[in-house]
Design a protein around this ligand. Structure first.
Ligand code: PLP
Length: 367
């Protein structure tokens, strides 16, 4: 007879929801950026927000194997998680936390490249560092949010370069690209950023890594790649009709033939309300979601499904018996911008499967 523990484990894992992530597509998208910018340009894979919802550590391993040279994150905890997972590549930490003695200690121990954009951060790093630290200076070239303003950036960069204990390594910006007039706005920000770099050169300040272009700039004007780029969203694009968001699925756990509905154990607490396309696939048929989605359950109208049974697979995004619901269809239904918005909405309560080389490997959510 089986032990109680094994039984419990199999039941525990038996909650049938799954979120399948296609790492091969992430590899292909990364490879495309690599080919676009050419071999002489440093490719920083931006993996903020748990790699745009697709899983920090698996996405980092995939992007680095597919041509990225370094990674960039916002949360200090994400940088530490990457180091704990054995990622040895350079890690740029965008502005995302406050600096203090403990933070500087962690930066030093884990060889992270912190962002500096004001004198309080510059002084804090210099005060607490016990060896020279590589740093990045973030310039605000017109995004109007974070960064040292372009007008005073050259002076600030020179100050960082002259600070004992700091080694200026990267100067970066994150251009804002509005939907309308995007190219003109991008051109202006590029002009401001390059003017800062020129002023630094004139002042004899050497900047090893000059980083301007993220996804939108690379899409609109790849010539704006300087000697480094830091795309994020673009690494999770749909490539050749395949999205890294391969599937969101579960199974029917209950049927009410008298009322024509089936119940699936996914709900708002799993993020389903922000991910679905209004329909699901059961036995290859498109069936509508009914009513409001509850915290843990959703109801499907299964009257049109011949032979429907408890245990049937329910696909909210993905393929089943030749039928398909794409992430793009769900994006349209949700009125959201990008399949990444769906991935970021899927909660860690749903088991993730990372698909690679055609095979599935199961991992716990890298939340
Ligand atoms: C998010 C982010 C990026 C990457 O932006 P994408 O548009 O996703 O390519 C680059 N730099 C900074 C500072 C960011 O915060």
């Amino acid at each position: 007879m089986n032990t109680g523990t094994a039984e419990w484990n199999s039941w525990d894992e038996g909650r049938p929801g799954r979120f399948d992530i296609d790492l091969d597509t992430v590899a292909r998208a990364t490879g495309r950026v690599r080919a676009l910018v050419g071999p002489g340009v440093a490719l920083y894979a931006t993996l903020k927000a748990n790699a745009y919802g697709f899983g920090l550590v698996p996405a980092a391993r995939t992007a680095l194997a597919a041509g990225a040279d370094a990674v960039a994150v916002v949360e200090p905890a994400a940088a530490l998680a990457l180091r704990r997972a054995g990622v040895r590549a350079p890690i740029l930490v965008y502005a995302g936390g406050l600096l203090d003695a403990a933070a500087v200690g962690a930066i030093e121990r884990h060889d992270l490249i912190p962002t500096v954009m004001n004198d309080s951060q510059r002084e804090c790093l210099a005060r607490h560092a016990s060896r020279p630290l590589l740093v990045a200076v973030k310039v605000d070239a017109g995004q109007d949010r974070l960064g040292v303003p372009a007008a005073v950036a050259a002076d600030f960069i020179a100050r960082v370069a002259a600070t004992p204990g700091l080694r200026l390594h990267i100067v970066n910006t994150h251009p804002a690209v509005p939907g309308e007039g995007g190219e003109a706005a991008l051109g202006e920000q590029y002009g401001r950023f390059v003017a800062v770099l020129d002023a630094c050169r004139a002042a004899g300040v050497d900047i090893p890594v000059k980083l301007f272009a993220s996804s939108k700039a690379l899409r609109l004007a790849p010539a704006m790649a300087l000697n480094a780029v830091d795309p994020g969203a673009q690494l999770f694009d749909t490539v050749d009709g395949r999205s890294p968001f391969r599937a969101l699925a579960s199974r029917l756990i209950h049927l009410r033939p008298d009322l024509g509905y089936g119940v699936v154990p996914l709900g708002t607490s799993d993020g389903l309300d922000r991910v679905h396309a209004g329909v699901a696939l059961v036995r290859g048929e498109r069936v509508p979601l009914m009513d409001r989605i509850n915290l843990e359950y959703a109801k499907l109208d299964v009257r049109a499904v011949p032979g429907v049974a408890v245990g049937d697979e329910v696909v909210f995004i993905g393929e089943q018996a030749g039928a398909r619901i794409t992430p793009e269809e769900a994006v349209l239904h949700q009125g959201r911008g990008h399949p990444s918005d769906l991935a970021m909405a899927v909660r860690s309560s749903i088991r993730r499967r990372y698909l690679e080389g055609g095979a599935a490997s199961q991992m716990v959510a890298a939340s």
